[in-house]
Design a protein around this ligand. Structure first.
Ligand code: PRT
Ligand code: ZN
Length: 283
């Protein structure tokens, strides 16, 4: 049995829970307590605040966790990072009031910067030999300049909307983060084995993200041309239609590749184009 820490409530909680469920790991969510047992896998979920996950995993309260890379690096615990989850992507950036003229990193020399990520920020300025006054605050970092608490901020940015609505502009992108799967460094062989099995379940689900199953009817003599436009995986599946000279072509392809090629497909005679979702790609 392993114990996995995931965020109880917040930006990573839904995707973490959804991934587990897509991997066939059903956890009773209706009675969300601190701990929940998975029915058909030796897994127990512990729901924590994201800030507490690196500490819980490094001390062995949990064996593994899904948490933002930003928290792992900021907390400086010794952990093994064994998988990038592909969600929770964001960056931590330096931002200033939009009216300020920014000439480069020297702008920060002697200025006050508010942040919840002092460790990452201190390292950034130390490496560049710029002396700044770092003010650690727990939340509402983006309002610090407007209330006179700081000259600039260092905070998480994703769309950039929060910065704009607070009259700030992003000037340096310092750290890029996404959710990662971390484990304790001293796990037993048995637990390592279970974790390996668990992570191997993530991959088929992740592989199918953004992929679609595309079907279309096509004049048989167009198959070769369409195959060069949309190669699919190994090669397309071709099935004859009852009508002579026509076939049905099936390919697994990235959705983003389909849209720009749709008009070309039609001009080559493709008809009855269907785009179906894919659940898992085992290999
Ligand atoms: O309660 P708990 O402590 O568990 O949650 P929390 O409020 O500390 O964290 P939460 O749920 O906000 O974020 C959890 C993790 O999600 C972070 O540690 C990051 O790894 C990741 N993440 C991804 C983000 C964002 N995107 C994000 N946009 N974390 C925070 N934000 C905030 C940011 O702080 C800012 O206020 O969103 C705002 C900026 O968003 P944009 O889109 O306006 O730029
Ligand atoms: Zn938090």
């Amino acid at each position: 049995m392993i114990r996995l820490a995931i965020q109880a409530k917040g930006r990573l909680s839904e995707e973490s829970t959804q991934l587990l469920s897509e991997c066939g790991l059903s956890v009773d969510q209706s009675k969300r307590k601190l701990l929940a047992r998975c029915e058909d896998f030796p897994l127990e979920i512990i729901y924590l605040r994201d800030d507490d996950i690196p500490g819980a995993v490094s001390t062995g309260v949990a064996d593994a966790g899904i948490v933002g890379m930003n928290e792992v690096v900021e907390k400086e615990y010794e952990l093994n990072i064994i998988h990038k989850m592909g969600f929770g992507k964001c960056r931590i950036s330096l931002a200033l009031p939009k009216g300020e003229e920014y000439s480069g990193i020297e702008w920060f020399s002697g200025r006050r910067v508010a942040t919840s990520y002092p460790v990452i920020l201190e390292k950034f300025f130390r490496e560049r030999q710029v002396k700044v006054d770092i003010h650690q605050i727990a939340g509402s970092v983006e309002v610090a300049p407007s209330v006179g608490m700081a000259d600039a901020i260092f905070d998480i940015v994703s769309s950039g909307g929060t910065l704009i609505s607070n009259g700030l502009k992003e000037v340096e992108r310092v750290f890029f983060s996404e959710a990662v799967f971390v484990t304790n460094r001293n796990l037993s062989k048995d637990k390592e084995m279970i974790i390996k099995q668990l992570v191997s379940r993530f991959q088929p689900v992740e592989r199918s993200r953004g992929m679609k199953y595309l079907l279309m009817n096509l004049p048989s003599d167009m198959v070769e041309r369409v195959s060069t436009i949309l190669p699919g995986m190994r090669s397309p599946t071709i099935m004859p239609l009852a009508q002579k000279g026509w076939c049905s072509m099936h390919i697994v392809v990235k959705e983003s590749e389909i849209w720009p090629k749709l008009e070309t497909l039609k001009s080559l005679g493709a008809e009855g184009i269907l785009i179906l979702s894919l659940e898992k790609m085992m290999l």
